[in-house]
Design a protein around this ligand. Structure first.
Ligand code: MG
Length: 380
């Protein structure tokens, strides 16, 4: 059997650890993690290194890389953005799982695609900030971008074997987050503890806060636009609190396809690795008696972030990149207790309305815009 060598960028995060669970489960099919990369969580990286014996490890943080090297003297360890790029384009790699949180994932993802590697993409910020560049680089080098994000995995599965011209609309489902029915007044009093409690999904901190503001869904709208080449007018966001239907495609003849499963990332992660094949999965048979009611509602208009994402996409150019960078910093500031939950969308709106996007979308321009967004978001 042919080995399927996997590189995991972000192996200590929520998607990364679940990817290793899936790989453990698919070991007999030849899946093998040959390289691991993380930002700075070296305790977990050390455990993962003992278990998986990767060829190479990248630690983004230089101090932490040195510390890990002391603990694992015989392990090849690289660091910084160059280190991430090196593991992302490893010659022996067959598939790169891009699951670092935030825009730090842009350059390694581009390196992987330039090396002609297929990328299983969980990091939506990469597509939001650099979607055009990512998709054109993939095309140029004959590489595929396979979504791990559950909604996009659903759309990808519904679209398989279909003519894209036959698509009328994509319906992106949203759980609605923990504050689905809150009034604007109540929204202004939300605490960090409340924002970290998601009703249906277990995720990393950034993603959980983004889900509470519905920014996550807005970013996914931009992600879907770049992944599937569909205009924003033909993507609709539908609140579906049970999180069982992960998204739907409506075709021009009125037929609709939806992809369903229990709300767990294990299914889209496994499919991104195994595509186009399917293997037995890690989850139990679907029990419909636990889901006797499936609801569909329009999003609560008190949440501004979805509209800000439609706006940024319409503005085009560097606007989505700017929006993404500003949001990342505002979320960090909320988690640190510097700003209120409601400030995330209010401050984002204020900055975005003043921003003049640029048309040019080179890597340099994207990194410059990312920096500018961070600067503005730290001082607003
Ligand atoms: Mg998602």
């Amino acid at each position: 059997m042919k080995q399927k060598n996997v590189v995991i960028l972000g192996s200590t995060g929520s998607i990364g650890t679940q990817t290793l669970d899936v790989i453990d489960h698919l070991k007999s099919e030849g899946f093998n993690p040959i390289a691991l990369a993380a930002h700075s969580q070296i305790d977990l990286l050390e455990q993962q290194a003992h278990k998986w014996q990767p060829q190479i490890i990248a630690v983004y943080d230089q101090q932490k890389a040195l510390e890990l090297q002391k603990r694992l003297p015989d392990q090849k360890i690289v660091t910084g953005i160059e280190g991430l790029k090196e593991v992302a384009s490893l010659q022996e790699a067959d598939i790169i799982v891009s699951a670092m949180s935030g825009s730090v994932g842009i350059q390694p993802t581009l390196s992987a695609l330039k090396a002609g590697k297929n990328v299983a993409l969980a990091n939506k910020e990469v597509l939001v900030a650099a979607g055009e560049l990512i998709m054109s680089t993939a095309k140029e080098h004959g590489a595929s971008v396979i979504p791990i994000d559950s909604e996009h995995s659903a759309l990808f599965q519904c679209l398989e074997g279909k003519d894209h011209k036959s698509v009328r609309r994509m319906l992106l489902t949203a759980s609605g987050g923990p504050f689905l029915h809150y009034s604007r007044d109540r929204l202004s009093q939300i605490t960090l503890k409340e924002a970290l409690m998601h009703p249906t999904w277990q995720m990393g901190v950034k993603n959980t806060i983004d889900s509470s503001t519905l920014m996550n869904k807005g970013l996914e709208l931009i992600e879907a636009h770049f992944l599937f080449g569909i205009t924003s007018e033909n993507i609709e966001i539908v609140v579906h609190p049970q999180s069982v239907i992960h998204s739907m495609v409506e075709f021009i003849d009125g037929s609709m396809l939806a992809q369903m499963s229990a709300p767990t990332m294990l299914v889209p992660i496994q499919y991104a690795l195994s595509h186009p094949k399917r293997y037995p999965g890690l989850i139990e048979r679907f029990n419909y008696t636990h889901f006797s009611k499936l609801e569909f509602l329009p999003p609560n208009p008190g949440f501004k972030c979805i509209n800000l994402c439609y706006y940024a996409l319409k503005q085009g150019g560097t606007a989505p990149c700017y929006l993404n960078a500003v949001n990342e910093v505002l979320v960090e500031r909320f988690v640190k207790g510097e700003i209120l939950w409601i400030d995330i969308s209010d401050k984002l709106e204020k900055l975005l309305m003043k921003y003049q996007p640029e048309k040019e979308l080179t890597l340099e321009k994207i990194l410059e815009t990312d920096k500018l967004g961070r600067l503005h978001a730290n001082s607003v």
